[in-house]
Design a protein around this ligand. Structure first.
Ligand SMILES: Cc1ncc(COP(=O)(O)O)c(C=O)c1O
Length: 402
């Protein structure tokens, strides 16, 4: 570890002006041009139709079905509601296995459906579900596995399909991060009984808020369409026990349609930035960016990096403070592991200390800015801060300890 001296001009945390005058955003944050936005919204005003399976909603579902090569894409309010609806539509009972290294919404959808999450550990390199451990957790009370595809990669959906079939349990996916990704040329959206995307602004397909459930099962799709809207718009009759307001408005669908059109360009920008980060970070000891794993095509929508404190010289949390002062919106992601979040620490204490890879990753991973509003030049500036932070790690550390 180098001991380069630092002066007050070196880091914003110690008095220098921040590297960025405005916060460098994290997340995909796609904005169409104002002219396109205006044109799309003019149409909504002319038709005087805001919501309830309108023409833009129908067009979006058709375009998504074509793009993903899936029979049904059912647009909904957000991925959390989509997962809640699915748990009910799949008639799940008892327990569902899922990773703890995910966003809390994956597990909360189960809690809302009266199901018990069974937390599984992940692979320390890919961060995806550890399939050996999934197999070991299946027992008579488990009715399903919820795979979660992370970081523009995939959690071995084909192997999970075989595992689920062999054990007679259902399989579905939280694919919030995986829009546009493919496994051996097959787009995510086609695996298991169903897959759920999020169209939250952080994701590459953006509706401001929104999501969609994809399935090749006609019966399941009919149920989900009835559940989505208590008034049943856009649906054939199907028997369901619960309905919800899970609709996406025309305004959200308008943005999503533009975002889908611009997917190739936004994805290409992500890939370019991802490669630049990978190249620059390879030269900094202790920083290990995660490559999307298990996919033949990635959306590269996340840049997640593991900080090895010993080799880098600073902890992940020290680095976060340093970056925050420079106006770089990095964040701990995911943190904490869901099994350590407030509801589950109390309800399911048996998982504490049992998921070592999840604990290690949630203590060491940092998400760095990538997406439509981030330029290659900004990535160079961020990597330069990281390089200098490593070089001066001993002195920076000493100031943190004071
Ligand atoms: C893995 C995962 N699942 C589900 C969600 C929830 O998505 P939404 O905000 O659309 O409900 C998120 C949001 O960040 C997520 O990261």
């Amino acid at each position: 570890m180098s001991t380069a001296k630092i002066s007050k001009n070196d880091f914003a945390l110690f008095g220098a002006p921040p590297a960025f005058a405005e916060p460098l955003p994290i997340g995909q944050l796609y904005f169409p041009s104002w002219e396109r936005y205006e044109q799309a919204f003019k149409g909504i005003f002319e038709r005087q139709y805001y919501t309830e399976y309108g023409p833009l909603n129908q067009q979006l579902e058709n375009n998504l079905q074509q793009f993903l090569g899936v029979r049904h894409a059912i647009c909904v309010t957000n991925a959390t509601v989509a997962l809640m609806m699915l748990a009910n539509a799949l008639e799940l009972k008892g327990k569902v296995i899922l990773p703890s290294f995910t966003f809390i919404a994956s597990a909360q959808s189960l809690s809302w459906a009266g199901l018990e999450p069974v937390f599984c550990d992940v692979d320390p390199d890919t961060h995806q579900l550890d399939l050996k451990q999934v197999a070991a957790l299946i027992d008579k009370d488990v009715s399903a596995i919820m795979g979660v595809h992370l970081w523009g990669g995939a959690c071995q959906p084909r192997a999970l399909e075989e595992l689920a079939k062999a054990h007679g349990v259902q399989l579905y996916f939280d694919a919030a991060h995986a829009f546009g990704c493919a496994v051996d040329g097959v787009r995510i959206g086609n695996f298991g009984r169903a897959e759920v995307f999020s169209f939250h602004q952080d994701n590459i397909l953006n509706a401001t808020e929104g999501g969609c459930i994809c399935t090749n099962d006609d019966e399941l799709a009919a149920k989900l369409r009835v559940m989505r809207s208590s008034a049943g718009a856009g649906s054939k009759p199907a028997e369901v026990t619960k309905t919800v307001n899970g609709r996406m408005s025309e305004a959200q669908c308008a943005i999503a349609l533009m975002s889908l059109e611009d997917f190739p360009a936004n994805r290409q920008n992500n890939e370019r930035l991802h490669r630049l980060y990978a190249e620059r970070l390879a030269a900094i000891p202790g920083l290990h960016p995660v490559e999307p794993s298990g996919v033949s095509f990635s959306n590269y929508q996340y840049l997640v990096c593991r900080v090895d404190e010993r080799a880098f010289g600073l902890s992940r949390d020290m680095l976060l403070e340093l970056l925050k002062a420079e106006n770089v919106n990095a964040r701990r992601y995911f943190y904490p592991g869901v099994h350590r979040s407030i509801p589950y620490v109390q309800q399911l204490p048996q998982y504490q200390g049992r998921l070592p890879n999840t604990d290690a990753l949630s203590a060491s991973c940092i998400q760095l800015p990538i997406g439509a509003l981030v330029s290659a030049q900004s990535v160079e500036v961020v990597c330069n801060i990281l390089r200098r932070a490593h070089r001066s790690a001993l002195e920076i550390r000493a100031r943190f300890v004071k």
